[in-house]
Design a protein. Sequence first.
Length: 458
Amino acid sequence: MKIIILGAGQVGGTLAENLAGERNDITVIDIDGERLRELGDRLDIGTVLGMGCYPWVLKEAGAEDADMLIAVTNSDEVNMVACQVAYTLFRTPTKIARIRTAHYTSRADKLFNENAIPIDVIISPEQVVTDYIKRLIEHPGALQVVNFATGRVQLVAVRAYYGGPLVGNELRELRKHMPNVDTRVAAIFRRNRPIIPEGNTVIEADDEVFFIAAKNDIRAVMSELRRLEHNYKRVLIAGGGNIGYRLAKSIQHRYNVKIIERSPQRAEWLGERLGHTVVLQGMATDRDELLKANIENTDVFCALTNDDEANIMASLLAKRLGARKVMTLIANPAYVDLVQGHDIDIAISPQQSTIGSLLTHVRRGDVVNVYSLRRGAAEAIEAIAHGDAKSSKVVGRAIEDIDLPEGTTIGAVVRGEKVLIAHDDIVIEPDDHVILFLIDKRRIRDVEKLFQVGFTFF
């Protein structure tokens, strides 16, 4: 696939890295020559220096025969104009744009269509990250929570603790412990190395375990792997920017929410719009401000400013002062592995959260959801099976007979309203939603081919 990426920042660069390794023809456009040189030296991609919304720049990047334009610069306006130019002059089939400003996204239905601004898919990073954090708050103890089949199925990552009922036992014991709950362990990461789970695999303390289950069964499965945490009640948010505001607005009716915001003007703005949230004006890196906000009784502290260093320092201080759980937004990927798992419980990478949304629209076959897991090391996919036994490599076949690429497991099948946790004898039917877990992303093309309908397969 020939793809033009407009913007070589954290999201554009990470996306180029993901797609270049999957044998795509990638060209990145940016006005930062040094950043382009760094990407070009490291990846097998083309680069063009210039303003991505200019017609001659898009033409030089190959827009005349490109399959897709992904505009992810820091400017909503540049992204929108680039999509308009690509459509008007080059008839680019698929146009994806990152639109951050709520003034645009709130009117998306009227603004973004072929009769107005021709954008096929809008990605709002702030909303993606907000939804991600909200799911973590709703599932105490989880490291990552992703939804499939409109929320009927969830894939959850937890760290196995000493004393958990299943720790030290084989996976096959899980069914004996919970005879009325069906679940499947999709993968285990032990000391950062992946393990494909078998029935005789023994769970060890500190293993990062990815399991899949129907939404209503998630807490029961978590209790087998770790001490079940009480539901959160009190949430303190550092930073009242777009993400902090959206998160507070979405959870303030269920939780006791406070925001610490540095800017007096922004704090006043937040106070006028968040009727059920306590807004405090001050610095979240100030010990006295945190104590004033009752940090010692806070269940979750979320550091969500646009400054990585401030987020890290505020989080470390909050943890030392008694916050039960600390989640930290970190844009620099070099910091994420450095800080997570010590005083900071969960480091949230906004570009990795956004990448999954973008990859959903790049994948071949009928792929409806893609999630980047473990900072891009693994991937979870929801694909729809089409065709019949003659035209499909999956339809009409039992799971044990599907030739899955190495390092790939099927976790669940959703058939209408029914959730079927994957077992070897389940036969895939047309229109089934199949949820797969990949620990080797180099195999993604092989997985996509499984769900592409051909004339005949023998």
